[in-house]
Design a protein around this ligand. Structure first.
Ligand code: PCA
Length: 226
């Protein structure tokens, strides 16, 4: 877990937590972790960005994220992960209560058909304005799509645990929004060639701004989530 400037995390400005991941699966880099660390300390729509890099492990990453949430007290949490199967910004609609790893995580752990949280609901919806973010990114000329699966590896696991814990805070009247965006990795065959770290940063700024200014209506739950 890494942060560039500890001082920024204790300022009184409202904050947005952006959490990416470290390299995994034998790769040397992970653009998700790199881009959020480079956004650390920027201000978007009056909110200070706190960028944190989580370890790609089933056991540690959710704990690290929970510690960041406690410490930063953000109004919005967006996790960002890398997936080679994605063609652009892939804004996740749903986290599922299933951890099933095709490869071992960075601690050699490889759960098979395990719940992320035993006894919890089968799934949680993102509380980001998913379609509005996709539209905003596309309007800015960036490749973007709605995704209905965040996979079953560490990213979905962290996303599910985040939404499980935010749903608990929501019941206590603290409405912190959260969600997940996958970005292409170095091995993504048909990702746009120009999706550089700079373009990822540009897209994430737009996604944060859109999430801060757009109320979320959830037809499935019936009502505003914002
Ligand atoms: N991608 C992996 C975990 C870390 C990351 O960046 C995933 O999609 O689960």
């Amino acid at each position: 877990m890494k942060v560039l400037d500890e001082g920024a995390a204790v300022s009184i400005q409202p904050k947005v937590l952006l959490a990416g991941f470290d390299a995994f699966g034998g790769l040397q880099t992970n653009p998700s972790g790199e881009s959020v660390l480079r956004l650390h300390g920027e201000t978007v729509a009056g909110h200070l960005i706190v960028g944190a890099q989580l370890s790609t492990t089933f056991s540690q990453a959710p704990l690290e994220l929970a510690q960041w949430v406690l410490r930063v007290q953000p109004v919005l949490v967006i996790c960002v992960g890398m997936a080679d199967s994605r063609h652009g910004f892939s804004v996740e609609q749903v986290a599922i209560n299933l951890s099933d790893a095709r490869i071992p995580d960075n601690q050699g752990h490889q759960p098979l058909d395990e719940p992320a949280v035993a006894g919890a609901p089968a799934a949680y919806f993102s509380t980001l304005p998913v379609k509005a973010i996709v539209q905003t990114l596309q309007d800015a000329g960036l490749a973007a799509e709605v995704s209905y699966t965040a996979g079953t590896f560490v990213c979905n696991h962290v996303f599910f645990k985040l939404m499980h814990s935010l749903s608990g805070s929501r019941q206590k009247g603290q409405a912190v929004r959260g969600g997940f965006i996958h970005v292409p990795g170095p091995g993504s065959a048909d990702a746009p060639a120009d999706l550089s770290i700079d373009q990822l940063m540009r897209g994430l700024r737009l996604a944060v701004e859109c999430a801060l200014i757009t109320p979320v209506y959830c037809a499935v739950r019936g009502g505003s989530l914002g």
